[in-house]
Write a protein that binds this ligand. Structure first.
Ligand SMILES: [Zn+2]
Length: 281
């Protein structure tokens, strides 16, 4: 079936102030965009996520989706990426995927989605696998992607290797002015007496302070939609909020905090990536 605009030549004529010229047709843009989307590693569960179908039942969610939209409209002329923060079930991954999809569709930029544990496992695999693909084969697309989504930052148990590897990836992208969108379940700060871990403790001081330079932080709060269900009434949401079903819970228990603190004190080390220490963490 032929394209009515270009007769499948992929170029369409336009008239600009009386001057006729040809530009890439919409169908070309669509087919390129579709291919990049197919290669972006978006998990099937999130394929239908768009900014338009994101449910916003409180101000923090309205704000987050507005900032995501502004980011997409400005891309690639953006100074900072985004970091969506909040407890599980608020739609952080939905927002990150929707942002990625929209940027790809609007600009044809090469975008890529990874959860941070997946990415780390892949890199680790390059050391253990019999078919020795080098880590640069794995890392190159991640470093080069015009937009990278790194979902679930801090999910991996913090070891020296995890910290170094994440620093390498994030710093390389930062130095090449490539933008990254992150999500994390870990809070920026926790109330006194809480046993929850902070993001800083999970990713280390250096990465945390880098995140501040390279991202706009967007904290989401509200009720876990997986608990509330898609059709919860405002009354049901209010009652869930009262019970503290999501926001005030403590998603992650503190583990080995003294050890983490001790390592944080060594912050500011040079980024020398020794790679070879990639033991199972
Ligand atoms: Zn066409």
């Amino acid at each position: 079936m032929s394209c009515p605009l270009c007769n499948d030549t992929r170029w369409k004529p336009i008239d600009e102030q009386g001057v006729r010229r040809v530009v890439r047709c919409d169908c070309w843009r669509d087919s390129v965009g579709n291919q990049i989307l197919a290669d972006a590693r978006i998990p099937p569960l999130y394929k239908k996520c768009d900014l338009e179908n994101f449910k916003t039942d409180n101000d923090s969610l309205v704000h987050a989706v507005a900032r995501a939209r502004a980011f997409c409209d400005a891309f690639p002329v953006v100074d900072k990426g985004l970091l969506f923060l909040g407890n599980p079930g608020l739609g952080k991954t939905h927002l990150a995927v929707a942002t990625l999809k929209r940027v790809i569709r609007q600009t044809g930029a090469r975008g890529l989605f990874f959860t941070s544990p997946e990415l780390l496992a892949l890199i680790r695999g390059t050391y253990n696998s019999a078919i020795r693909s080098s880590e640069s084969d794995v890392l190159r697309p991640v470093m080069d992607a015009q937009l990278l989504v790194l979902d679930d930052l801090g999910a991996e148990r913090p070891t020296d290797w995890v910290e170094e590897t994440m620093n390498l990836i994030v710093n390389t992208r930062y130095n090449h002015r490539r933008v990254t969108v992150f999500t994390s379940n870990y809070p920026i700060d926790v109330p006194a007496g809480s046993h929850a871990e902070e993001l800083k403790e999970r990713v280390g001081f250096r990465l945390f302070s880098r995140l501040h330079e390279m991202c706009e932080f967007l904290a989401l709060d509200g009720v876990d939609y997986r608990v509330a269900g898609p059709d919860a009434t405002p009354e049901q949401l209010a009652s869930l909020l009262k019970k503290g079903s999501a926001t005030s819970s403590e998603p992650v228990r503190r583990g080995g905090k003294a050890m983490v603190k001790a390592r944080l004190k060594q912050g500011g080390l040079d980024l020398g990536w020794s790679g070879g220490k990639a033991g199972r963490s």
